[in-house]
Write a protein that binds this ligand. Structure first.
Ligand code: NAD
Ligand code: MG
Length: 364
């Protein structure tokens, strides 16, 4: 295995700018991340799967601090308000002051909950993201969206709270289950499909290396996606405009995830199918051509992702779920579509008949 080099990407947000470090051996590079901690207290938030694997890698880096850990049980169901309360209690037990730091060691579930807990404690303290899934490295750890699920819906309680640093140690991906790895690749492909055609071409050329988890290719793919997302976030931190483009495939995807009761499909899998449906809808509306849809579909499939709607899901049911999307306003469907690879657009007022036709063809 070749040892890929370190990449550093800055998320440029004025005083709240921060580095994203991507590379090998970073969790054990204590001096690098310890320098980002300002105070004497740290709370490590992780889960029962990740902590046994990777907490030992960082423990010695916390020497001299007053610190403790709070571990969630594994799974999306534990990204809950009740666990935010427990995290805040743990900060209280530590006697954490305003210069304390929360360290999120895990996937997106841990990162979202830890970031939100940090946003709440004393109205906002530092936190550091140490993402351990591909999805968290390329998506959830960057951009400052934090939050938890409520019984009425996913991610409904939250805050924008940027981390002080992101430490993406690609060595942690060695233990990541295959399906989770592929789901993360969907969010990589998404970035390229939205706004970076050269990256899309690069992905097509390196699909075999990525499928084989070649470390140099994985590192480069993460860095390119993070660079793309960092640029979008720097221009539109709180999603007043073009940050919404990052939702390509997500309105379809969320409907598919919900229809599968969040057990049939991983988020990235829903997004993969959703991107293909968005491409087909764009084609139907005369915005793009069939060749673009085919290229997208080929790349998704080469990288181990589904592109077909699972059996048993119905077009009308999916459309009904799409009506509930947060992006809609006053009963008008608002979707992210594209004019071909690297050229996504926000389109309001898409006719339901067109959406239904695409869904019917795909469930037929
Ligand atoms: P996850 O955090 O549930 O992790 C997936 C699984 O992998 C879990 O079982 C976890 O325990 C395990 N795992 C994590 N790292 C591992 C490792 N290195 N080795 C072995 N197993 C490991 O899921 P995810 O896909 O990382 O994140 C999904 C969450 O992220 C969702 O809650 C979603 O809402 C959120 N999200 C947030 C944003 C954002 O901008 N904040 C963006 C996208 C997704
Ligand atoms: Mg997503």
């Amino acid at each position: 295995m070749n040892n890929p080099a370190l990449q550093t990407i800055t998320v440029a947000l004025g005083q709240r700018s921060y580095p994203v470090w991507i590379g090998s051996g970073l969790l054990a590079d204590h001096a690098r991340w310890r320098a980002m901690l300002r105070g004497r207290h740290a709370l490590v938030i992780s889960n029962t799967t990740v902590a046994p694997l990777y907490l030992p890698c960082i423990e010695a880096g916390l020497d001299g601090l007053k610190w403790s850990s709070f571990l969630l049980d594994d799974g999306e169901a534990h990204k809950s308000f009740a666990n935010v309360g427990r995290a805040l209690e743990a900060l209280g037990q530590l006697g954490a002051t305003r210069d304390a730091c929360v360290i999120a060691l895990g996937g997106g579930v841990v990162g979202d909950l830890a970031g939100f807990s940090a946003a709440c404690w004393m109205r906002g303290i530092d936190f550091i993201q140490m993402p351990t899934t591909l999805l968290a490295m390329v998506d959830s750890s960057v951009g400052g969206k934090t939050g938890v699920n409520l019984p009425v819906g996913k991610n409904l309680a939250g805050a924008f709270h940027q981390p002080r640093a992101v430490i993406a140690d690609i060595d942690t991906l060695a233990t990541l289950p295959e399906r989770e790895y592929h789901a993360g690749l969907a969010e990589v492909i998404k970035g390229a499909a939205i706004g970076d055609e050269p990256f899309f071409v690069w992905l097509e050329q390196h699909a075999d290396a990525l499928a084989a988890r070649d470390p140099a290719a994985v590192l480069e793919a993460i860095a390119r996606k993070v660079r793309y997302k960092a640029g979008v976030v720097a221009r539109d931190e709180t999603e007043q405009g073009k940050r919404a483009l990052l939702n390509l495939g997500h309105t379809f995807g969320h409907a598919l995830e919900t229809a599968g009761h969040y057990t049939t499909l991983l988020h990235g899998e829903g997004v993969a199918i959703g991107m293909r449906l968005a491409a087909q809808l764009s084609e139907r509306l005369g915005m793009s051509v069939a060749a673009d849809t085919s290229r997208l579909q080929r790349l998704l499939e080469k990288l181990g992702l589904p592109t077909a709607i699972p059996p048993g899901m119905e077009a009308q049911q999916l459309l009904a779920l799409m009506r509930l999307d947060k992006k809609n306003t006053a009963g008008v469907l608002r979707l992210i579509l594209w004019r071909g690879i690297g050229r996504a657009e926000i389109v309001a007022g898409v006719a339901e008949a067109d959406v239904l036709a695409v869904l019917q063809a795909a469930t037929g």
